[in-house]
Design a protein around this ligand. Structure first.
Ligand SMILES: [Zn+2]
Length: 146
């Protein structure tokens, strides 16, 4: 349940901060025919043409006006050192090819850090006698039928 708040909410069960809800951005040279088919939903693409890929967070920040939560490097591999069954050696050259941007106010949930903690909270509430109206109606009907 995506949730917007000026303050980061805490889990009602464990008290931990609830995760920021970011979205993935892929950095590409140019648009591929399949890009449109996958557009929307989750994330977006940034097309940089012949300009260099960002190699650090400062350069990456030029591609978004939101907060950067995380980013992933792509590593250049030396094909000459490639041996069957082993990982190709890295040349040492790397660049950022995707990152997660965050609007500064979106969180994954208003109340819980996980489904398990929502469930734990539910059991604790039930043990204390809390119930929803549908449950109370069912109990009332059973008493009326008896
Ligand atoms: Zn929790």
């Amino acid at each position: 349940m995506r949730f917007k708040s000026p303050q980061q909410p805490f889990c009602r069960w464990c008290g931990k901060k609830i995760t920021k809800h970011g979205s993935r951005v892929w950095i590409k040279r140019e648009e591929a025919p399949t890009d449109r088919a996958f557009a929307g939903g989750w994330g977006r693409n940034v097309y940089i043409g012949d300009t260099p890929f960002p190699t650090n967070k400062a350069e990456l920040q030029r591609h978004t006006n939101q907060h950067v939560l995380s980013y992933k490097y792509e590593y250049e591999l030396d094909d000459n050192k490639y041996i069957l069954g082993e990982k190709a050696a890295r040349t040492g050259k790397k660049w950022i090819d995707s990152f997660e941007e965050w609007d500064g106010e979106s969180y994954t949930d208003p109340f819980f850090c996980s489904g398990d903690h929502a469930k734990e909270f539910g059991y604790a509430a039930a043990q204390k006698g809390f119930a929803m109206p549908a449950y109370n109606e069912a109990i009332k009907k059973r008493r009326g039928a008896a």
